[in-house]
Design a protein around this ligand. Structure first.
Ligand SMILES: Cc1cc2nc3c(=O)[nH]c(=O)nc-3n(C[C@H](O)[C@H](O)[C@H](O)COP(=O)(O)O)c2cc1C
Length: 302
């Protein structure tokens, strides 16, 4: 029987849009109906960013203040599967993604419905996903799967190349030396292999065990170092966001935040990681494995 799928997302550069397209092609080829809704923020987030606008997006992202969206609608009242695709901004769901999660129409259509989250990130999505899980849980959605596409280069290299991409709009090799930024074309093109894992669950309506099957295909990977950095960085971002959002001279403080972020990412984080990896990590094997399993899973907070 033909299944009805809704896929809703925002994509600024088009990267997440390409992932959604590749992923959904498998369902379309199998004869199912896929309704894609790409939401549009008002005003639009111009691409490429200026450095000022890029850092200015931090407080609202971290505080969960949604962007305004052009009105959107759905063709159906009820779907067999909803694909919610999003990108993290500052370790939080992007403000357009947040707007979808807080939209009353989305909240009503997602209730009692199976949801799969697709993430198109640099590499840090764990804490954003916790917030998405919470939002979906509040709306009564059933999260049955999660897939994350990330930049496969190191944290420092992808930190440099994403800034280059976001600030120039060019997804190419910076100075001809660095690797291409973002999710690799091959990984985007291969998105269908994960949809093929979802297909039998969709057709049978038996979603149990789907995430384990996806994890077995490496649809999500949790790196120990990033799992260590993210919760700490999230707390610091929250302090900055609260502080800056209450300041009258926001622009000046955002400039301070910019330098803080560069120092934190390229100097502090590597040093803290080195200390952790030498003195603590060797003794924390079990607790690390347990945390990793938690992030690989789709358990929703009750
Ligand atoms: C303002 C901003 C903040 C971002 N913060 C993060 C982040 O915290 N973690 C991460 O993995 N990627 C981050 N990214 C990368 C995005 O998640 C995403 O991969 C990239 O912007 C491409 O998405 P698009 O399809 O919307 O163009 C950020 C991007 C922007 C523009």
């Amino acid at each position: 029987m033909q299944k009805k799928i809704l896929s809703i997302y925002y994509s600024q550069s088009g990267q997440l849009g390409d992932i959604v397209d590749q992923f959904c092609n498998t369902f379309i080829a199998a004869g199912h109906s896929v309704e894609k809704v790409r939401v549009n923020p008002v005003p639009a987030f111009a691409f490429p960013w200026t450095a000022e606008r890029f850092f200015d997006a931090m407080p609202e992202s971290v505080l969960g203040i949604p962007a305004s969206l052009q009105p959107f609608s759905f063709k159906e009242d009820k779907y067999d599967l909803i694909i919610f695709a999003y990108q993290p901004w500052y370790l939080s769901p992007s403000t357009p993604a947040n707007a979808v999660l807080q939209d009353p129409l989305f909240q009503s259509v997602v209730k009692d419905t199976s949801v799969i989250t697709l993430i198109g990130a640099r590499n840090m999505w764990l804490k954003a996903q916790e917030r998405v899980k919470q939002s979906l849980g509040k709306s009564g959605a059933k999260l049955v799967g999660n897939i994350a596409w990330v930049d496969r280069n190191s944290n420092l290299v992808s930190g440099v190349t994403i800034l280059y991409w976001m600030l120039t709009g060019k997804k190419d090799r910076m100075w001809g030396i660095f690797p291409r930024p973002g999710v690799a074309d091959e990984d985007i093109a291969a998105a269908g292999k994960f949809a093929a894992v979802v297909l039998p669950a969709l057709e049978s309506g038996e979603w149990k065990g789907l995430q384990q099957a996806l994890v077995a295909k490496d649809a999500v990977e949790v790196k120990t170092n990033l799992m260590f950095i993210e919760p700490r960085a999230t707390k610091l971002f929250s302090i900055w966001a609260n502080f800056i959002s209450r300041r009258r001279n926001r622009k000046a403080w955002l400039r301070v935040f910019k330098y803080y972020l560069l120092v934190a990412l390229f100097i502090v984080a590597p040093v803290v990681l080195l200390i952790n990896n030498i003195f603590f990590r060797p003794f924390l094997g079990k607790s690390i494995a347990k945390k990793k399993q938690y992030y690989l899973d789709v358990n929703q907070p009750s």
